[in-house]
Design a protein around this ligand. Structure first.
Ligand code: FES
Length: 107
């Protein structure tokens, strides 16, 4: 469980319209960059064992596609936008401080 903000990457690690997998507080996290906006979700698809950072980013729709059965989530909220997943993935807050990208609890 992520209880505080943790540095997970630098801005240079995440080119525009791309995503990487990182870990923080024992969690596997998907870190997405679209333009100058960053989003972080739980990296594990809720359907089966897909790791979302190995899937495809649809930047225009703010969606990530799972590599296993093509389920999709909104990168802004973690909400399912395309089955087969039925459960949303957790979303985290992202902060940029200088060149550092930090991920922490939402809200
Ligand atoms: S494991 Fe992700 S859609 Fe099935």
């Amino acid at each position: 469980m992520l209880s505080e903000f943790v540095k997970v990457a630098t801005v240079a690690d995440v080119p525009d319209n791309s995503m990487i997998g990182v870990t923080a507080g024992g969690e596997d996290i998907l870190l997405v960059r679209i333009g100058d906006e960053y989003f972080a979700l739980d990296d594990w698809c809720t359907h089966a064992a897909g790791m979302l950072h190995e899937g495809e980013l649809h930047a225009d729709e703010f969606e990530v596609e799972c590599p296993v059965h093509e389920g999709m989530y909104d990168v802004r909220t973690g909400g399912v936008t395309m089955p087969p997943p039925e459960e949303d993935v957790a979303a985290y807050a992202v902060r940029v401080e200088g060149d550092d990208i930090l991920v922490g609890p939402k809200g």
